[in-house]
Structure formats: C-alpha cells, structure tokens
Design a protein around this ligand. Structure first.
Ligand SMILES: [Zn+2]
Length: 282
C-alpha cells in the first residue's frame, strides 16, 4: 500500500495539521513541532496534545514524522552553541515522544569554518549523547543534504561513517531526500544512478536502515549543490525518474513525504495526485 503524505503546517494548532492531511488524503505526515527558524519553546496543554493524538488515531495517520528545527547545529564549532543545540535537541525529542511521533528527522549539521573532520567528530559526540537519552518509542533519522558549503551529509559514505561510529544502535536510521541526493551528484534521473545510490546505502549503511523518502524534484541540474525543491516530475529528476523511484521494489513500501513548493492552494493536491498516478503505473 502506498504510504504517502506531505509536510503539513501546524498553524492554528496541532490538530489542524491532521485536518489538513485528511483533506489531502494523506496516510502519513511530517510536521515541525514548533517554529523551525526560532529558538522559542512552546508550552502545550495536555488537552491540546490529547486532542491531536486522538485525531491522528481516527485519521489513521502512520507514521508521524517530526522534522527537527533548523536553528540547532549538532556540528557547531562554537562550544556554547554546540551545548545548547544538544540540550534543545533532547528537549525536542521529549516533546516529539509526547506528541506520539515515531520518528524525528534531522539534518546532520554544518561544521561552519572549522574542518569537516572536526565537525564529524562533534556530530558523533552529540549523537552519542542524544541516543543515550532517546525515548524508547522514538527513532532518529539522519537526512542527506545537498552537500553545499560546510554542510555535512551530502555523501552517504559520510552518513555511514557517522552511523557506524555510534555502535549498534537500533534507534538510528536514514532519510533519503531525492532532491538533495540529485543536487549532491547522485543521478536519480537514470536507472543506473538510482541503482548506484541504493547500492551505496546498502553496502555502507544497510537498506534496512532506510526508513523514509523525502520525495522532491530538483529545480537545479545534477551536482548543482543547490537545495531548491520542485514539483514532482517537473524538475530535473523528471517523471520517469520518479516512476522508477516510487515503484522500486526496495522503496515502494517505505513512507514518502513531499516537501514540494506550496505557492498555490492546489499545489499539494497536484503533487500528491502525480505520485498516485505514477505509483504502479509502470
Ligand atoms: Zn528533506
């Protein structure tokens, strides 16, 4: 069965996110549990949380992915900010557990002017700390990036190195963002590129660790290192590329979440329809 959803807004309250998902016909969703560009924490009432959990149960939305906020950086070379990032990340995980989420998705971080090696060391240390305090019901997914500038995680071998340094943790997995992978140089437009990417994930991490696909087309060419998501089939990955990804035997049973542009009301409907049409339509 196709598990398909979008990133939905929580504006107006958490329960609104479920209502939006139901209108769109989604059976899985991703949300930010608070403003992704702010440091502000939110205090929610037990009623609000219970209402959200109940609505979600009724709407049969599974899994619930919570995307970590953009303000934290687990690779920061600034000691004070690094500590604050770990502290807030752990608090956000507790909140995610409270909301009943199964997965938290995060970018790996930026080494910002220090060296890549040092950045990777800091991320590993941060993740060790975070995993030791992970609520048992939650899993953490590391998302690949477009690999621009000082961002870590554009290369799956780098993600593999981080994950494999954490020992045998069941609590950590991977999210594949198709737009980011394409901008980082994995040619998902072609069958060969998809095969090579999945081979790399399998060889270095294990495909069983791949738990989520962020389905986004790319507004930029292969290897552009840019991060500009686009409507499914209308960018450089293209319709054939997505047909292959969505129907791939090792991917088709994973949840797909769209993070495509929402300029107009109908954009989400159009992108979701496109995926449904491509699914099984080989
Ligand atoms: Zn993404």
């Amino acid at each position: 069965m196709l598990r398909l959803g979008v990133q939905v807004s929580i504006s107006g309250g958490l329960s609104k996110a479920v209502e939006r998902a139901e209108i769109l016909g989604c059976n899985t969703i991703q949300i930010f549990s608070r403003n992704p560009r702010s440091f502000k924490r939110v205090l929610r009432t037990e009623e609000e949380i219970e209402e959200f959990r109940e609505k979600r149960r009724q709407a049969k939305i599974y899994p619930l992915f919570i995307h970590a906020v953009y303000t934290l950086n687990l690779a920061s070379p600034d000691a004070r900010f690094y500590r604050l990032s770990i502290r807030d990340f752990i608090r956000d995980l507790k909140d995610a557990q409270h909301l009943g989420s199964e997965f938290v998705v995060t970018h790996i971080g930026s080494f910002k002017g220090s060296s890549r090696e040092k950045g990777i060391k800091r991320v590993i240390r941060a993740l060790e700390n975070i995993l030791s305090k992970m609520p048992s019901s939650l899993n953490l997914l590391l998302e690949n990036t477009s690999g621009s500038g000082h961002w870590l995680g554009g290369d799956f071998k780098e993600i593999a190195y981080i994950i494999n340094s954490l020992g045998k943790s069941e609590k950590i997995g991977v999210c594949l963002d198709t737009c980011h992978a394409f901008s980082a140089g994995y040619n998902l437009r072609e069958a060969k590129g998809l095969r090579e990417l999945l081979g790399e994930i399998d060889d270095y991490i294990g495909l069983n660790k791949l738990k989520l696909i962020h389905l986004n087309d790319s507004q930029d060419e292969l290897g552009s290192y840019k991060d500009r998501h686009f409507h499914i089939g209308e960018g450089y990955i293209g319709e054939e590329g997505f047909r292959r990804i969505i129907n791939h035997p090792q991917l088709k049973n994973l949840p797909f979440i769209l993070e495509t542009p929402k300029k107009k009301e109908e954009d989400d409907f159009r992108n979701l329809e496109k995926v449904r049409r491509l699914y099984k339509n080989l």
